[in-house]
Design a protein around this ligand. Structure first.
Ligand code: MF3
Ligand code: CO
Ligand code: CO
Length: 253
């Protein structure tokens, strides 16, 4: 549990977050056409790294707490932090979350989407659509005077009503010139609980929604989190700022 204070960003810092967020969104947009059967997750990683450097930015994940690659690529039963690998080739019917975090002028833009490879099963497609809507419903709760618990409650209500489960072990996070800081932003919870939202707070919402149970298992590489039942998991993420009258999504192209 993080005990740091929640930082309120200045206008100058918010401008830097906007630049980083926009670059992150553009990077996902750049990678999207490469997501096809036959491509390896390492190829996606290497193109992300090349493009990021060409924009004069850096990849936050590379070397972060020893993480070995520039992006995370989480396929099918992988919940998050999948490590790109030359031997992992996308195939028809897969789903893949690509999570990118470029650093621009010291500030982080963190965003991810789950892409369909060809035509996945109806269940896979529904899981991805529900997860995207979970992110939207969470974002809709963000406004001054609202509370962190409102976000998780909105996400959990919808995900469970659709027959899916919400991962507990990974949460959204404050972000600025630090990759992961206060507040924690759970994707489950109770309305009217948790820290109050104030203009200038910046954090991610990044629901991980599972087809089966929400239980997590860690692989021996120390990073890859998979569903314990090996059923599918999907995720979408945006970086957001609380504004005077609501919310600004920073990770839009
Ligand atoms: N981008 C991830 C997040 O949303 C964090 C990845 S950390 C890494 O918080 F080390 F795995 F890259
Ligand atoms: Co994040
Ligand atoms: Co991320």
């Amino acid at each position: 549990m993080k005990t740091e204070l929640i930082v309120i960003l200045s206008q100058r810092e918010l401008d830097k977050m906007r630049q980083a967020g926009r670059l992150a969104a553009k990077l996902l947009q750049h990678l999207e056409p490469l997501v096809k059967p036959g491509v390896s997750t390492l190829q996606l990683n290497d193109e992300a790294e090349r493009w990021t450097q060409a924009q004069g930015a850096k990849s936050a994940p590379l070397g972060y707490k020893g993480y070995p690659k520039s992006i995370c690529t989480s396929v099918n039963e992988v919940i998050c932090h999948g490590i790109p690998n030359a031997k992992q080739i996308l195939k028809e019917g897969d789903i893949i979350n690509i999570d990118v975090t470029p650093i621009v002028d010291g500030y982080h833009g963190d965003t991810s989407k789950t892409f369909l490879v060809g035509t996945p099963s109806p269940t896979a497609k529904k899981l991805v659509e529900v997860t995207q809507k979970c992110l939207s419903l969470g974002i809709a709760e963000v406004k001054p005077g609202g509370r962190i618990g409102d976000i998780g409650a909105a996400i959990q209500e919808y995900a469970e009503a659709q027959g899916f489960s919400v991962v507990r072990d990974f949460v959204g996070h404050g972000i600025s010139n630090i990759f992961h800081t206060a507040p924690d932003v759970p994707h489950y919870g109770t309305r009217d609980k948790g820290k109050r939202l104030r203009p200038g707070m910046v954090f991610t919402i990044e629901p991980m929604i599972n087809e089966g149970s929400y239980e997590v298992e860690m692989l021996n590489d120390g990073w890859t989190a998979v569903t314990r039942d090996r059923k599918l998991s999907a995720q979408f993420e945006h970086t957001l700022a609380v504004t005077e009258d609501g919310v600004e999504i920073l990770t839009l192209p």
